[in-house]
Design a protein around this ligand. Structure first.
Ligand code: 13P
Length: 259
């Protein structure tokens, strides 16, 4: 029903030489991924090169963020039309590293998300609580606030074109992933909110990915959860074999239990 989606977020990793090698490794190792959609989000500087390497393959290209305007005096920024021109199909918005390090607000994230949609690409809205918030029992409050603000003003048809990623901040880059039950609990809650913001039918079609220390070794258990529609992978996506291992697990689940 919801085809699994695995996205590699390379973050600020990869000179051109490294990015070309990684993209070629993934391309060569994943000739015909079946039952799963796959995308990689290299740094901006490598998008054009990776786009060439992945041309004609089923592996799609995404970006890690964007500005919300099409053009203008915004030194250092990259606009949605620039990304679309390079063949980007996906854009991450609201990643916790940008919320924390750059100070991106929910309002700004909402503007970016709408700009991505307006340019015919798919936004991947990232939400997730910090360890303090989880300890204080604020997990649902936090992700609900991020979801409602991120999707503010969107019609049901636009919500239908959006992807969510639940990325608990405490699980990112720590080697400590959420348990499948923890991920499923929050993701079911997010789906309930989507239902309220669009319709029950649309909420059932929106994919919700899990991100945070996903690797080939824990992907099976996480992806086996019916609420987990795929993975947003950081560190483990920087190694072609590791990333391919996760994609293969998602493909197996996509073609077996979830169809
Ligand atoms: P890690 O897989 O390195 O924990 O990163 C997850 C992430 O932030 C993906 O966007």
């Amino acid at each position: 029903m919801r085809a699994p989606l695995v996205i590699g977020n390379w973050k600020m990793h990869g000179t051109l030489v490294e990015a070309r090698a990684l993209a070629a490794g993934i391309r060569d190792g994943l000739k015909r991924p079946r039952g799963v959609q796959v995308a990689v989000c290299p740094p901006f500087t490598a998008l054009a090169a990776v786009s060439e390497i992945l041309a004609g393959t089923p592996i799609q290209l995404g970006a890690q963020t964007c500005h919300h305007d099409a053009a203008g005096a915004h030194t250092g920024e990259i606009s949605p039309p620039m990304l679309a021109e390079l063949g980007c199909r996906w854009v991450l918005v609201g990643h916790s590293e940008r919320r924390k390090e750059i100070g991106e607000s929910d309002e700004l994230i909402n503007r970016k998300l709408r700009a991505v949609l307006a340019n015919g690409m798919t936004p991947v809205l990232c939400v997730g609580e910090t360890s303090d918030e989880r300890r204080q029992g604020l997990t649902f409050t936090t992700v609900e606030g991020q979801l409602r603000a991120g999707l503010a003003g969107l019609g049901a048809d636009e919500i239908a074109k959006t992807i969510l990623a639940y990325e608990p901040v405490w699980a990112i880059g720590t080697g400590v992933n959420a348990t499948p039950a923890q991920a499923a609990e929050v993701q079911a809650y997010l789906r309930g909110l989507l239902s309220e913001l669009s319709s029950k039918e649309i909420a059932q079609t929106v994919r919700i990915l899990y991100g945070g220390s996903v690797k080939a070794e824990n992907a099976d258990a996480l992806l086996a959860e019916p609420e987990v529609d795929g993975a947003l992978v950081g560190g483990a996506s920087l190694n072609a074999q590791g990333f391919i291992g996760i994609v293969r697990k998602a493909a197996r689940i996509g073609t077996a239990t979830k169809e």
